[in-house]
Design a protein around this ligand. Sequence first.
Ligand SMILES: *[C@@H]1O[C@H](CO)[C@@H](O)[C@H](O)[C@H]1NC(C)=O
Ligand SMILES: *[C@@H]1O[C@H](CO)[C@@H](O)[C@H](O)[C@H]1NC(C)=O
Ligand SMILES: *[C@@H]1O[C@H](CO)[C@@H](O)[C@H](O)[C@H]1NC(C)=O
Ligand SMILES: CC(=O)N[C@H]1CO[C@H](CO)[C@@H](O)[C@@H]1O
Length: 790
Amino acid sequence: MRMPPCTRTVCLTLMLLWLVLMDTAHTTHSIYPRIRLSYKELWQLNRTWVFEGRGAPLQPHTMLLDEGHGRLYVGAKNALFSLSLERVSAHHREIQWASTEPQIEDCLMKGREKPECANYIKVLQQHNQTHLLACGTGAFNPVCSFVRVGHTGQDKLFTLIEDSTMSGRGRCPYDPNSPCTSTLSNGELYIGLYTDYWENDGALCRLNNQTYLRTERDDRQQLNEPKFVGSAVIPDNDDRDDDKVYFFFTEREMDAEGVNKAVYTRVGRVCANDQGGQRMLVNRWSSFLKTRLICSVSGSNGIDTHFDELEDVFVLKSRDEKNPEVFGLFSTTSAVFKGFAVCVYHMDDIRAAFNGPFAYRERPEHHWTPYEDRVPYPRPGSCASKVSGGGFSSSKEFPDEVLRFARSHPVMYRAVLPQRRRPVLLQAEPGARKLTQIAVDRVQAQDGHYHVLYIGTDDSVVLKVITIYNKDTDTMEEVLLEELQVFKVPTPIKEMIISPKRQLYVGSDVGVAQVRLHQCDLYGSECADCCLARDPYCAWDGLTCSRYYPAGVYTKSRRFRRQDVRHGNAVQLCNGLQIDDEQWHRAEERRVYAVESNSTLLECVPRSLQAKVLWFSQKGGEKHEVWGDDRVVMTPHGLLFLSARSSDAGVYVCQTVEHGYVHTLLRITLHVLRGERVESALLVASNDGKQTRGPCPSSVGPPPGPSISPRALVPSTFPGPQSRLWYKEFLQLIGYGDAQRVEEYCERVWCSDKKHKKTKRKYAAPGGKKKVKGRGEENSHRAPRHTVDT
Ligand SMILES: *[C@@H]1O[C@H](CO)[C@@H](O)[C@H](O)[C@H]1NC(C)=O
Ligand SMILES: *[C@@H]1O[C@H](CO)[C@@H](O)[C@H](O)[C@H]1NC(C)=O
Ligand SMILES: *[C@@H]1O[C@H](CO)[C@@H](O)[C@H](O)[C@H]1NC(C)=O
Ligand SMILES: CC(=O)N[C@H]1CO[C@H](CO)[C@@H](O)[C@@H]1O
């Protein structure tokens, strides 16, 4: 059956009604994005490119950035990929590296499942200028090998050096799902992993071709069921001998009965130049120490909520390489309350904890107390070096007393508290999406520098957030600038890397997405649009919203820039430039036709989801605010007339208010047509052989002439008679409150979507600005535009 052209409108209307109901049902007050971009929209904006893994499940944790060669390497199941940093979806190189048949058989014999018996790449590090070190699980028989990559310019070179293949034991876990973290420095691999087949032996190791060093085996005081999350080499001072390697992990804290209970997040560290001991602690760290990282909020009842499960860690390097900032993304371990928090740690505070008292307890059932007796010299945990390490040239020369103390006191008494003693970001909403990854960019804005947080979720979304500290009220403000859906299907984000060229690379099992960090012109072209966005990357330059660079960096001419990240005060910053009256008249004008007693929608969706929409009707020269009632409903998509009356005809103005700034988006003239007239118009239309009925309202061109013609009216404005039946059916569906069904139904009924998609749509925002709609496909149907006069 051929559907009348306007069914879509009816369906849309009902969807909207349903949305209204849903909206009131969930009054969630959480971090709500200002701009939301779907996968499709990101795509249309050329903001993203995706490499889809060619069918091989990726191992996104292995993503490795190689600025020199302009490549991004990523491991997969039985394969390694080299992608172009410019565009991940183009010109990739591939290495096939599967386990051999005998290896697979062996793995199956051990009782493993077929999918596990493959070579999952788990470690990928830059060994030197020309070689990568790659390690895979090798069907539960870990293997490592070198991979040759090109010199600068030779981006095509990417081969496995077959005869460099060696055992991966101690460098790579057996199990594809085993957590591990590694970092490579001066040709040595530092890695936190489970070294054995049964996953009993969690260890922090250092390996090169000649030597290895590790934590003690079966020492639950050193490591107890660790889950390795991150690692980094951070210098202490200008003496390279004092360089430390930091590991971030969670582990179980033993309680009094020796029964494992609480999970704690730890920061552990070792000296990069540790050689172990000579007589004791042979091939064992002589410098391993650890302490707890705390991320908590205090409740009104005096009870703190602790976020103890570290999900991800990001070490934000700064010009002072000794003092990066450490960002931790945490979740709660509580079964009752599920929440997420981001805490920031200063190296000074981490070092202070390691320089503070050692923890001591007589027996496991006792409480920890600060160790108050004499501590041997050089202080355990310090590196063999000229100044800090007592002039020793190797840890092998340390007195036994020092080694013995280090061995028995690996825990520090003081925990590390975050900056300002609380999270910079908090998500404590039941049922909300899970946060999985964090990456941070430091951005210089006009009013100071900001940390832009990119947070990956378990449903393919990247949140771009800034947090602003208010000194006067001692509070944090979270500003969720953008919510970007980077993969087509919901999938957990497992890795994120920011390149210095301001691209974000996002890894999941299904692909690697490349996303530009900012797109200033998206906010709109006017001063207020740009200012309200509060995006530290963007400022208004007098003509457009464009990338902001601090004066003197890239700009020779000191063009006047307007930006107010802290307050988004467009009223103050831009009001001299726009007079409300002028705006009122400059706003885009539209005509919408409604049929008496039928429903119609005056669509008005501001770019910003945080803007409050106000409607005014203008009758007889007077302006009244429309409040909405049973019949006229204010929806997130616009003003919905459930049953239009002839007295509704007139001019409607859609305004937004954001941070006190008033913006007039649209002036809509609503015409309400009498029922009979429409019936006759439809009749004329159906008798007209040349009449093309739809299928898509938005693909219909402008009406042919200024005179009223049924042809102009029919295709794009109002529901035809048959729609009534559908209407009823929809209402029933809505009665069930079953979103899925309504959507499926609409999908079926709506005009051919394919054709619709191919239709080049003009992304003209209300107010004539360039934009893409901020919502899903169901919303891409715009209010009809007509230039005819009745
Ligand atoms: C995206 O890129 C294509 C081709 O490179 C271009 O035609 C199109 O206009 C671009 N779209 C936007 C929104 O910039
Ligand atoms: C890089 O390491 C590989 C493997 O150890 C070695 O063969 C090669 O010579 C090294 N290249 C450079 C430039 O040091
Ligand atoms: C590692 O050391 C062994 C024995 O000393 C040597 O045969 C091998 O070639 C070395 N491998 C690499 C990659 O340097
Ligand atoms: C789709 C729909 O409900 N159409 C109705 C619009 O209003 C006229 C007049 O009341 C009805 O006859 C149509 O059926």
